[in-house]
Design a protein around this ligand. Structure first.
Ligand SMILES: Cc1cc2nc3c(=O)[nH]c(=O)nc-3n(C[C@H](O)[C@H](O)[C@H](O)COP(=O)(O)OP(=O)(O)OC[C@H]3O[C@@H](n4cnc5c(N)ncnc54)[C@H](O)[C@@H]3O)c2cc1C
Length: 401
């Protein structure tokens, strides 16, 4: 089987970029071990970061963001929670309309420019290969050594009316760092977002830990926190478990473009990558199509340049330093850090949380954070730039329960 473009991975990033390639007349195949399996995750994003072309029907709820560190902060942006089934239906319709061939299979290796080998021993030939296989980067080579840093969360779905003690109607609780779960140790926060139709997801979240904080700790803390606020979780409440890597290395396999979480487009301070992937997909496909007449290598290089502009690479490095700073911070100082962060002017907060190309904005935010921090926090912020990545948490020294 031969294609112009082979996209490995049928998550949101893979489906979006495959549809955009097909739309531009490129013969495109999408490969996934279970291409028809439904998505069982809750996707959210800052509303302003979703592409304007995304139909409103794919958004289940919009809400004003709020965050609590030492004090409460109203965030200057709305949060959008996606209707995951509608998003999937939309992307599938785009794939269909663009004539993308969807194939069932698991890619195991890439032979660089030219295609991939599948687990069943067959091969798909393609001029350009895109690895959109998620944070595990199936075509990413050996990757970084050592223990991965992961975001983990455990959530329950309750009636909106039962959750008002924590999340008011029309609001999304981006982070509530109060230790109402009653446990010392690794800091976790509550994330609370409306799902539409009167449902609310309440999720105890560990932003990042090396390795990820175990699910049983998060589950225990969530129930303790909700009990503290008088919220009863019905026995048949829906649940969500989140675990993904936030420090995947940059995808560097020769002849392959890493896209979506595989790139990685994951923002280490939020774990988000969905909006970035949906927004970048048309530009990536456009670059491939425009440079196609110059050959596959030129087309791939053009797509790489869209995903990893010099500014995006520099911002990525700075955000990774920020992640390492958080991984090394003693628990009470994490809350102090977010208190300083959420008190920054809006432009600084959004430069850091949003646009992955805004180098000047990211640097200005870091400078503002530094200026407004005390000396103890300044040392925590600057130190990681000069040190190796934080070692895995010593379970004896930092009990996790
Ligand atoms: C429960 C949960 C909630 C989340 N919530 C959010 C959120 O609110 N906002 C946000 O931005 N992010 C969220 N994330 C992070 C999320 O993983 C990513 O944003 C998003 O799913 C990444 O999309 P993707 O298409 O890059 O990768 P994925 O969604 O991981 O898709 C990868 C696809 O590749 C396929 N694949 C894997 N290996 C192979 C192989 N060898 N060959 C072929 N195909 C392969 C998989 O089957 C899968 O379909 C959440 C993650 C979880 C787990």
């Amino acid at each position: 089987m031969t294609a112009d473009v082979l996209v490995v991975g049928g998550g949101p990033a893979g489906r979006a970029v495959a549809a955009e390639c097909g739309r531009r007349g490129l013969v495109t195949t999408l490969l996934d071990p279970a291409p028809d399996a439904p998505w069982c995750v809750t996707y959210g994003a800052w509303a302003a970061e979703l592409p304007a072309t995304l139909p409103e029907s794919t958004v289940a709820a919009r809400a004003r963001g709020r965050a609590i560190a030492r004090t409460t902060h109203t965030l200057g942006r709305d949060y959008a929670v996606l209707d995951v089934a509608a998003l999937r239906a939309h992307l599938d319709a785009e794939l269909d309309a663009a004539g993308v061939v969807v194939r069932t299979g698991r890619a195991v290796t890439s032979s660089g420019t030219g295609g991939v080998e599948l687990a069943d021993g067959t091969r798909v030939d393609a001029a350009v290969v895109v690895d959109a296989g998620g944070h595990r980067q199936p075509l990413g080579g050996p990757g970084a050594r050592g223990v991965a840093a992961g975001q983990t969360a455990y959530g329950v779905i309750v009636d909106e009316s039962a959750a008002t003690a924590l999340v008011a109607p029309g609001e999304a609780l981006f982070m509530d760092w109060r230790a109402d779960h009653g446990e010392p140790g690794w800091p976790t926060f509550l994330y609370g977002i409306p799902l539409g139709g009167g449902a609310m997801l309440l999720e105890e979240t560990s932003l990042a830990r090396r390795p990820g904080l175990p699910m049983r700790v998060l589950r225990r803390r969530l129930h303790a926190r909700l009990h503290h606020h008088g919220i009863t979780v019905p026995p048949d409440a829906g649940t969500e478990k989140v675990h993904f890597r936030v420090d995947s290395p940059r995808h560097r396999t020769s002849g392959v473009l890493g896209f979506g979480a595989a790139a990685p487009l994951v923002h280490p301070a939020s774990g988000f990558s969905l909006a970035a992937a949906l927004t970048l997909a048309p530009a990536v496909a456009g670059a491939i199509a425009t440079r196609w007449p110059s050959g596959p290598a030129a087309a791939l290089a053009a797509a790489q340049a869209v995903v990893w502009s010099p500014q995006a690479m520099a911002v990525h490095r700075l955000r990774r330093i920020g992640l390492e700073a958080l991984l090394r911070m003693p628990p009470p100082e994490v809350v102090d850090f977010f208190e300083v962060f959420f008190a920054l002017p809006d432009r600084h907060q959004w430069a850091y949380l949003g646009d992955r190309d805004d180098l000047a904005g990211t640097a200005a935010t870091m400078a503002a954070l530094f200026t407004r921090s005390d000396w103890r926090l300044r040392y925590r912020l600057v130190g990681p730039a000069l040190r190796r990545p934080a070692p895995p948490v010593d379970r004896e020294a930092a009990p996790i329960g």
